[in-house]
Design a protein around this ligand. Structure first.
Ligand code: AMP
Length: 398
């Protein structure tokens, strides 16, 4: 697969639309708590500035439901870009109104216009034709540098790209780097290859997990994910996070692992709490003894030890999703231990997903990882061997 890359097309003096992934974690006061995704986009943005381009930046942020909502505004991102780039960042009032289009047309060389949250437009996630065409009309060149959403066929990711020929669209530096790295992992993984999957989005990850099983040697499940599997095996899981309708799928995955000889590990103990609260009373229990109205919010020390042993002979580790509610200190121990175990391994270690990337930064293990990907879902789909919709449009030859 050969990808069209920004360095191979002529962008000099052109109007460039760059789809970035500025979906950064923010606290309750809208302070950005980890700006890695913004910093990761700077190479491409600076390259465009140096080539006298006028630059239109677009991104989504969170999941707004009904048009504009202040808490989903990209204004904090504009401020951070200003701090990092030390230049004015213009902000458009809305995504595709006449005023925005006029602002885009008036941009001079080196100037930057940031559009508001793409998901304020209902057409974004529907890959709407009209929205795609309007976005495309703002620029001469389309650059996709949003690895984290490239597995989504959305208007600013996929629809827009159809309006540019292959000499006028390309992958930015970040997207190209991520794709090359995962291509290497898919085709040449050093074995044993262990995948650790955690976090809370069970529905989003189960299909990926099913497709991942044939590619790896061992699967470790932690976090909220684990309870759907534990319930499928007949355990009482109390009020823990669960997706009942996915229990058959969970059973299918475990069956597939068994058939293929892939080792499958679930937590053996958990930290259970009376409520989803950092002050809640909590206790350590084996998975067989989760009290009825309690919920498992972290893996226990026996599981952390078991998982660390599982990682000992690994030569490739792919980690996606925390082992517990790491945002609350009380339930962060399991994730911290696994972070240290992954970091101290001699394997090629790949961390995917915003939360897991955030976690390894907090635990101080960031520099010990081989590669920290900006995309969670996208990286899982790449490992499965899928061609992402946002990438397919930029492929020169298969
Ligand atoms: P994801 O985006 O799927 O990687 O999920 C990350 C989120 O999963 C984090 O915000 C964690 O707090 C949450 N999480 C991890 N373990 C649990 C659990 N046992 N119960 C509820 N949420 C969890």
């Amino acid at each position: 697969m050969k990808l069209q890359e920004i360095k191979n097309i002529n962008i000099s003096g052109k109007r460039v639309f760059i789809r970035c992934d500025f979906n950064v974690p923010m606290d309750e006061y809208n302070n950005i708590t980890d700006d890695r995704r913004i910093r990761s986009a700077l190479n491409t943005i600076r390259y465009c500035i140096d080539n006298d381009c006028s630059i239109i930046l677009a991104s989504h942020f969170g999941r707004p439901k009904n048009g504009f909502e202040e808490k989903f505004s990209l204004k904090p991102v504009a401020k951070r870009l200003h701090t990092l780039l030390k230049q004015e960042i213009k902000m458009a009032p809305s995504i595709v109104c006449d005023q925005t289009i006029a602002m885009a047309k008036e941009l001079k060389a080196g100037e930057i216009l940031l559009l508001e949250n793409m998901r304020f437009e209902a057409g974004e996630t529907k890959n709407d034709e009209e929205l795609s065409a309007k976005l495309a009309s703002m620029a001469d060149i389309y650059i996709n540098d949003a690895f984290g959403v490239s597995h989504r066929a959305h208007a600013s990711v996929e629809g827009i790209s159809k309006h540019f020929d292959i000499e006028h669209k390309a992958a930015g530096f970040l997207l190209a780097k991520e794709i090359k790295f995962f291509h290497h992992i898919v085709h040449n993984p050093k074995r044993p290859f262990v995948s650790i999957v955690g976090g809370s989005k069970v529905s989003g990850k189960l299909e990926a997990l099913y497709n991942l099983v044939p590619k790896v040697d061992k699967v470790v499940i932690g976090g909220g994910m684990a309870f759907t599997f534990l319930k499928a095996l007949g355990h009482e899981i109390g009020n823990s996070l669960v997706e009942d309708d996915l229990i058959p799928e969970a059973l299918k995955i475990m069956e597939e692992a068994k058939n293929l000889g892939v080792k499958f590990y679930l937590p053996v103990d958990v930290v259970a709490a009376e409520a989803f609260d950092k002050e809640a009373i909590a206790k350590l229990v084996p998975v067989q003894e989760i009290p009825k109205d309690w919920m498992g919010l972290d893996i226990g020390p026996a599981s952390a030890l078991l998982f660390s042993e599982v990682l000992e002979d690994a030569n490739t580790i792919l980690w996606n999703g925390p082992m517990g509610v790491y945002e609350m200190d009380k339930f962060a121990k399991g994730s911290t231990k696994i972070s240290h175990a992954v970091a101290s391994s001699y394997a090629t270690t790949v961390v995917g997903g915003g939360d897991t990337a955030d976690l390894v930064r907090i635990t101080g293990d960031e520099d010990e990882m081989t590669f920290i990907s900006t995309g969670g879902g996208a990286s899982l789909e790449l490992i499965e061997g899928k061609v992402l919709p946002g990438v397919k449009a930029l492929v020169i030859e298969e």
